[in-house]
Design a protein around this ligand. Structure first.
Ligand code: SF4
Ligand code: SF4
Length: 446
């Protein structure tokens, strides 16, 4: 039967698929998603094989772009075992349209990765998102196993296998009370020790009400179902201004030595905004094209809204593209723009921020209007701080030059020298600041 794609359906969309639902072998203290097990009492939390086939067929036949991303997430998706993912590759081969290119991603805590997993990821060019919160002491503060012990060693073992097999990886670092004051240390650990070229910093904001806060503070397992309600946050959550300072501290290092070498999602996305592109739903004017698929086939508006009010339907009964194009989902996406408070509408960095993600809009503006993003103060700090360098890099891009050229400008300004003196310096040359180190290794240029 030929599929009729609704006219208002997006040509491409992003689906985070949770083949084990919320089930995970770790027990990270801030992971409210663990509580989502309660949505499916009695479930085995394993995506059935026929559903896997339905999912792959539907996502491939309903994309109208040459590239399709198959994105696995959890819970911990590797708990499904390798055979499940091998079958997914077979279904892709079966349903791929001529000319279609499939990109595979998986977000994992890394603890299950061994030779076999890493070889598989390499064979099919997976981009592996590895969750690490920083060096051992920081990482182990919240990222613990079921017995309460830190998971750092297990994660590093998984990372070693990824390195050994040459798998592409992306470090996913959550930012919270335990690492918010250690931005530079965390960043250098990823760059220098983990040799990371792609890094994402994800703020932890655990919402709670006065009733749920005491339980939330103990963690989310066996706790009330996490829902996007309440205007309180747990003490593990990142502070708003602290988040801004964390990013600024890292930016100061990145803009001086790592532009073009290390991709920090937040910086890339900000640069996109300065050239008029919106590459991440959080900072786009509208959203609604990044959904979540549960192990049962239930499709939800977003990974952050896996809760009953945001259930769109089940892909066994209704094709996912109809659910994605539904009035309910389109309205969900438009609400991001429609529900901005006046304070955001008048904000000078709205073009880069767009009010952030609706899930965090539970604060009040200075004049008392509800709907302001909890992270607003941090966003303002960051976007104002990077205004000049972003303008410079955006201009370089418009002139078809590399944004990395900005590093020469900073190098010159930092030591009070004329920028021309740095124009010829390569990354492996001695740093002209006189430190005796290679330019790319010199921390002392400020
Ligand atoms: S609710 Fe937030 S995370 Fe979800 S799609 Fe919208 S902006 Fe993105
Ligand atoms: S920085 Fe604050 S006021 Fe400005 S758009 Fe973002 S959330 Fe709104």
């Amino acid at each position: 039967m030929t599929l009729t794609i609704p006219t208002n359906a997006p040509p491409a969309y992003h689906l985070l698929v949770k083949p084990t639902g919320a089930v995970c072998n770790l027990d990270c203290k801030y992971c409210f998603f663990l509580s989502k097990e309660m949505l499916y009492p009695g479930s085995r939390f394993r995506m059935a094989d026929d559903l896997l086939e339905i999912y792959i067929r539907q996502i491939l036949e309903s994309h109208r772009t040459p590239e399709v991303t198959i994105a696995w997430q959890g819970g911990e998706p590797t708990l499904m075992g390798l055979d499940f993912f091998r079958r997914s590759i077979e279904y892709v081969a079966q349903y791929k349209k001529p000319g279609q290119r499939v990109v595979y991603t998986i977000q994992t805590n890394g603890t299950q990765i061994d030779d076999a997993w890493a070889a598989f990821f390499k064979e099919y060019d997976f981009l592996v998102g590895l969750s690490v919160d920083g060096p051992r002491e920081i990482h182990d503060t919240y990222r613990v196993n079921k017995g309460g012990a830190g998971s750092f060693d297990q994660v590093m073992r998984g990372w070693e296998y990824l390195k050994k097999h040459g798998v592409a990886y992306n470090i996913l670092c959550t930012v919270h009370a335990a690492n918010q004051e250690h931005g530079l240390e965390v960043y250098r650990f990823f760059r220098d020790d983990l040799k990371a070229q792609f890094i994402q910093f994800i703020p932890i904001v655990e919402r709670a009400t006065a009733e749920t806060l005491p339980l939330a503070l103990e963690g989310w397992r066996e706790r009330p179902l996490y829902q996007q309600t309440g205007d309180l946050v747990t003490d593990r959550s990142v502070g708003s201004e602290a988040y801004g300072r964390f990013l600024i501290e890292i930016f100061a290092e990145w803009v001086r030595r790592d532009v073009g070498q290390v991709y920090v999602q937040m910086f890339d996305v900000a640069l996109g905004s300065w050239v008029g592109q919106h590459n991440l739903c959080v900072f786009a004017p509208e959203c609604g094209n990044a959904l979540a698929l549960e192990h049962t086939g239930d499709l939800y508006a977003c990974d952050h809204y896996v809760e009953p009010d945001y259930l769109l339907g089940n892909i066994r009964e209704t094709h996912m593209i109809e659910l994605i194009a539904s009035d309910k989902q389109r309205q969900f996406g438009r609400d991001k723009a429609d529900k901005l408070p006046q304070y955001c509408l008048a904000c000078d960095v709205r073009f880069a921020c767009h009010g952030g993600c609706p899930r965090n809009r539970f604060s009040h503006t200075p004049d008392g209007e509800p709907g302001l993003n909890y992270l607003c103060a941090g966003y303002k700090l960051f976007f104002h701080h990077v205004e000049r360098p972003m303008r410079i890099m955006a201009n370089l891009l418009r002139e078809k030059r590399a944004p990395a050229e900005i590093m020469k400008l900073y190098a010159a300004e930092d030591v009070g020298l004329d920028v021309e003196q740095f124009a010829h310096v390569g990354r492996n040359d001695p740093c002209p600041c006189g430190s005796g180190k290679k330019f790319k290794h010199c921390h002392g240029r400020r």
